[in-house]
Design a protein around this ligand. Structure first.
Ligand code: GLA
Length: 382
């Protein structure tokens, strides 16, 4: 939905609200399945967001209305639900456990962030809602605390994710990538102005949904490998200290697939460092090459891709796109593509047409603009 249309929608639905919050999605340039392994990742927030309009209520229950889905739900923090309601039940359940007193609210939600595309709509939803409650109730949580609370929500729902998505959603900055050190939970910003080039997401339209996928298995495997390495070596506090040969040395304790998955982690650690340096130099050729290598690793070694995202990346390569790879947790969602602006449209048309012919699926394109993290907006500025 174009920005003007979203603004009109916000204006008509958010007129009498007490607080309006925007919570963006995120891309990840490189460093996939590395956050829960204490490594460095390179995400950024985008200019597509979930908007939440809060109105304080005198009495229970808290209610959430999705304007887009035409649904309203009441939340008490104890109901067993599924879909988007489950995130709110989990948030309120955790608030109870943490004994966080809060005023009841009615919250309206409008979004132009695609769901199931692997651009962190659930992190945006949880971070945006928690940010709003934090403001209204004056809890004084920091951005990092909000990010970690939102991560706990995902764990409660059943996805044992790392912190990258929530961190990017909370700390995004216009035209900057975030070089996030997941071990120390600190970051530095790297300029993300690609001049003649740009990033484009191509949505495979295979719904990316991590609940029930082997995502948690991959995390368990990585934990098993690091434990085996730590048993063998002293002074290996985390994956940040692991070398290729160490994974080989514990090979006998691993299946062939697990061994390959460990090798992927070590190689991806190196690619993130390399890519962050190349981004500073604006060496797009080197970045593009690293993106293809990451895809190869995610598909063949780490085994979290699917036929459709593999096809989109293969088509990108055939059409001389500088770099492309599946993005996010895997098993569907988007590919991220690095292209020269001038020829981007033609190449993308060829790729998506061929994709449709092969799979019968429409692959829609999401141009990437790097935006800021969660923030509040005043009604007059809409
Ligand atoms: C999902 C998770 C993140 C991260 C990525 C893979 O997006 O939520 O924590 O692990 O997958 O890099």
């Amino acid at each position: 939905m174009p920005m003007n249309a979203i603004k009109e929608k916000l204006k008509s639905h958010f007129k009498d609200t007490h607080l309006i919050v925007s919570a963006p999605g995120r891309i990840n340039i490189i460093g996939e399945h590395i956050d829960y392994n204490d490594g460095f990742v390179l995400p950024a927030a985008i200019d597509k967001a979930i908007y939440l309009g809060f109105t304080k209520k005198e009495a229970n229950p808290t209610s959430i209305q999705s304007i887009d889905f035409g649904e309203t739900i009441e939340i008490d923090g104890s109901k067993q639900t599924s879909g988007w309601a489950a995130y709110f039940e989990a948030i309120h359940q955790l608030m109870k456990e943490k004994e966080m007193w809060h005023q009841s609210v009615s919250c309206k939600i409008i979004s132009n962030l695609p769901v199931g595309a692997g651009i962190s709509s659930s992190a945006a939803l949880c971070c945006g809602y928690l940010y709003g409650l934090n403001e209204l109730n004056e809890w004084g949580m920091t951005r990092l605390e909000i990010a970690k609370f939102a991560q706990q929500v995902e764990h409660a729902i059943g996805v044992n994710c790392g912190l990258m998505d929530q961190y990017a959603v909370m700390f995004g900055m216009k035209d900057k990538a975030i070089l996030l050190d997941c071990k120390n939970e600190t970051h530095q910003y790297v300029d993300l102005k690609l001049r003649k080039h740009a990033l484009y997401l191509i949505n495979s339209n295979i719904k990316h949904e991590l609940i029930g996928t082997p995502y948690n298995d991959r995390r368990r495997t990585c934990e098993k490998i690091i434990r085996a390495i730590q048993d063998r070596y002293e002074n290996i506090p985390s994956w940040q200290n692991v070398k290729h040969h160490m994974v080989d040395e514990v090979k006998e304790q691993l299946t062939a697939n697990e061994h390959q998955q460990g090798i992927y982690v070590v190689e991806e650690f190196q690619r993130v460092k390399y890519c962050a340096a190349k981004l500073i130099e604006l060496n797009v050729t080197a970045i593009g090459k690293a993106l293809y290598e990451t895809h190869e690793g995610l598909s063949k070694q780490f085994q979290v891709s699917c036929d459709e995202t593999d096809l989109l990346v293969a088509l990108a390569k055939q059409n001389n796109v500088l770099g492309a790879r599946m993005m996010g947790g895997g098993f569907g969602g988007c590919t991220i593509n690095l292209l020269e602006k001038e020829t981007a449209q033609n190449k993308i048309e060829v790729i998506t047409a061929f994709y449709k012919q092969k799979t019968g699926l429409e692959a829609n394109v999401i141009p990437v603009n790097i935006g800021k993290g969660v923030d509040h907006i005043t009604y007059d500025n809409l």
